[in-house]
Design a protein. Sequence first.
Length: 309
Amino acid sequence: ELGWISKVYVNRPAVVRHAEQIKKWKTVKGNWQAAWLLKAVTCIDLTTLSGDDTPSNVQRLCSKAKHPIREDLLKALDMHDKGITVGAVCVYPARVSDAVNALKAAGCNVPVASVAAGFPSGQTPLETKLAEIRLAVEYGAREIDIVISRSLVLTGQWEGLYEEIRLCRAACGEAHMKTILATGELGSLANVYKASMIAMMAGSDFIKTSTGKEVENATFPVGIVMMRAIKEYYWQTGYKVVGFKPAGGIRTAQEAITWLMLVKEELGVEWLTPELFRLGASSLLGDIEQQIFYHVTGSYALQHELAMA
């Protein structure tokens, strides 16, 4: 709906002002903090996207996905029987089979997500992107994180962007598709809003801020704009099942809580589920487990006391 896109206006000073207020929000303490942190754990896409990934470190990641928090810490919180796992394990397509096999061997139903479609730059031919998506699905990925061609946004080719995402959605088949906008490279918040709308119109199950490889990744101004796009899309269409995923640069437990609180404020409590909210992170889980350890014991864990995330 190009008429809809052409009317988009973003009040950048107001968005930035609101983002500054978010940074001043008071944090939660005690049992409330522990509860928010466990909620954050269930929404994490536990990720490894390194050039030196091997079957063994993917297997270790999958073990951590099934047991993200030490069992004795969960027992102390009376949460040991609640089936707490991360939201998904995210790897490159070449490592999908390793992850699927490791999770199956562990008796764990955590879905495997795979980046595809020319991740992270998006600078590959469309045919190659679609082939990569199909292969990742064939290998067993239940979620696909595609990345858009930024040039289509920067040159205002909205119909071209729609068609690219639509074809990617078709290639995903039954797998859920998260569309990475790479917001740090889109030039303006208005472009972020427009790209969010196009991605949803083309059938995305999630819209995601970043690849984690850009200079600027998940920021509160971008998050506000994307969540308000989701809200407007719901108001206009009645379609409520588009999720949001901030990714890149989210490393601390406090940052995770702030993102959860922002989602609650902008979209509502119903979005605080793994089906509609994810946190893309590789090192975040380690800090969350450290904070839960402190909450239970009153002291911080030594390096050898917590399994590597």
